[in-house]
Design a protein around this ligand. Structure first.
Ligand SMILES: Cc1cc2nc3c(=O)[nH]c(=O)nc-3n(C[C@H](O)[C@H](O)[C@H](O)COP(=O)(O)OP(=O)(O)OC[C@H]3O[C@@H](n4cnc5c(N)ncnc54)[C@H](O)[C@@H]3O)c2cc1C
Length: 450
């Protein structure tokens, strides 16, 4: 079996941006991506097929796409997608700062078409180990769900963040509890069969707001409890000063900062991306609730300042013990369906963070869980610091889009820095091949484009 230069696991935006950088730099000949899904669709579970999408728009400036900040002359820019698909003038005519999410999903899909011979779809990587006997003195071995095996000198893990499931729900096994990452496929079978169900939506994020709107428009007979710990849905922080946290220079500053300073910054900037909503969805929910009152119905119920203190499954229902912190009362409510709009987990030291991901289990003997803050750590070029890596092992394993706790908010749940990050990663792979000691300064690499 040949040893490839680079194999990427996952072909979402993070690794698609890397594919563009690999092609445009010409740095490597043998590279391939393995994607678990059978087709390339960006965040498909939250792509709605009704006109609701008109206010479910993207959350990033469209030109901070998969390539423009790194190489504005690339053929893979959002602008060129509009040109080549004869959408440019109509798009500009809409005067929308943030495009529709389906439009952006089509842009991402359009880019993937240029890389069809570099991606194997329907290949979920299930094991990653190091094979010392591989040709060339050793290589990483990847095994997929199809039983196929691949060897690579470098591996880039771009598998996206994992669903965050609150501890009350973690051990409950039922199709009546659905995380937002499976929203449409998980809810459709139940709600089409039971359109007058009682549903709980947990959380106060943008996704929670969009899900409430989608449920309310698609299934007008539902009773929807919007359950949140907060007093109300917070408004997203759109301060241009706070948004500088998505600048490339911020990554350097954040990475160099001590842990306490990083956490202090996190507290400040978190609402630019997490646990907060755009004004348009908030206004729409508010109007919907007012409209319902005018018509003598009450479809959406706000359960604010409410903690879920217990959850259990009883046949086809989920029972939640809800502690209302305003009244001081705890009561039990029973639901046909509970939707967790509770976000995604980072790798990090926090109580809700993951210390590692299961894909790294086969390399766990290389990790030192007592070092640093006890989680998988990376250098500035996103390569994992393997404390116990054998001296003769070569190549690097890189985390692409999973390093928010070390590289800041632009790294995890955002497209904004995918292009710049891919230049950093490419540089890190080259450093490994050239035997340069890591970490070395990286950042804002416009030069990777041709
Ligand atoms: C509903 C929603 C809307 C969003 N909207 C925006 C937005 O407008 N703007 C913005 O900047 N960010 C947005 N985000 C944040 C989002 O995380 C990023 O836009 C982007 O999707 C991150 O890309 P990624 O490639 O790191 O991860 P993902 O998009 O999650 O892609 C990871 C890929 O890896 C594959 N995979 C996972 N495990 C394996 C495996 N073991 N083997 C092979 N393949 C695997 C998955 O199938 C998937 O295709 C949104 C997120 C959500 C959930």
């Amino acid at each position: 079996m040949d040893v490839m230069d680079v194999i990427g696991i996952g072909f979402g935006p993070s690794n698609i941006a890397l594919a563009i950088a690999l092609e445009e730099s010409g740095a490597y000949d043998d590279w391939l991506f393995l994607e678990g899904a059978s087709t390339p669709v960006w965040q498909e579970e939250m792509l709605f097929d009704i006109s609701l999408d008109t206010y479910s728009n993207i959350q990033n400036i469209p030109y901070r796409d998969l390539v423009t900040p790194r190489n504005p002359r690339s053929r893979y820019t959002f602008l060129n997608y509009l040109v080549e698909n004869d959408l440019l003038f109509s798009h500009l005519n809409m005067d929308m700062l943030m495009p529709l999410r389906p439009d952006y999903a089509k842009y991402i899909q359009w880019v993937t078409r240029f890389f069809e011979d570099r991606v194997r779809y329907g290949r979920r990587v299930e094991a990653l180990t190091y094979d010392e006997a591989a040709p060339g003195g050793g290589a990483y071995r990847l095994v997929t769900n199809t039983g196929e095996e691949f060897l690579a000198r470098h591996v880039v893990i771009g598998t996206g963040r994992l669903p965050k499931v609150p501890s009350q729900f973690a051990k409950l096994e039922t199709d009546r509890i659905v995380h937002q990452s499976s929203y449409q496929s998980g809810t459709r079978p139940i709600l089409s069969a039971q359109p007058s169900s009682k549903v709980a939506v947990i959380g106060s994020s943008q996704s929670a707001a969009e899900i409430i709107l989608h449920l309310s428009k698609t299934y007008p007979q539902l009773s929807i409890d919007s359950i949140m710990r907060r007093y109300a849905f917070p408004l997203k922080d759109t301060s241009p000063f706070m948004s500088e946290a998505y600048f490339p220079e911020f990554t350097d500053m954040y990475y160099e900062s001590p842990v306490e300073l990083r956490r202090r910054i996190d507290r400040d900037i978190s609402r630019t991306n997490y646990g907060a909503c755009d004004m348009d969805v908030l206004e729409e929910i508010y109007r919907q609730m007012y409209y319902d009152r005018l018509h003598g119905r009450n479809q959406i119920h706000l359960r604010r300042l409410t903690d879920i203190v217990d959850a259990r499954v009883d046949n086809d229902r989920v029972e939640l013990a809800l502690a209302d912190r305003a009244s001081g009362e705890t009561r039990t409510a029973s639901y046909d369906l509970v939707i967790l709009a509770t976000g995604f987990s980072n790798i990090g030291p926090g109580p809700e963070d993951l210390r590692s991901i299961s894909l790294l289990d086969g390399l766990s003997s290389w990790l030192d869980s007592s070092a640093g803050e006890g989680h998988v750590d990376v250098d500035r070029g996103y390569a994992i610091d393997f404390a116990n890596q054998p001296a003769d092992a070569s190549g690097v394993v890189v985390l692409n889009g999973l390093c928010e706790r070390t590289h800041g908010i632009g790294d995890g749940g955002s497209l904004s820095l995918t292009s710049i990050r891919s230049a950093d990663i490419l540089r890190r792979l080259r450093q490994s091949d050239e035997g340069t000691a890591a970490p070395v300064a990286v950042g804002s690499g416009m030069e990777e484009g041709r």
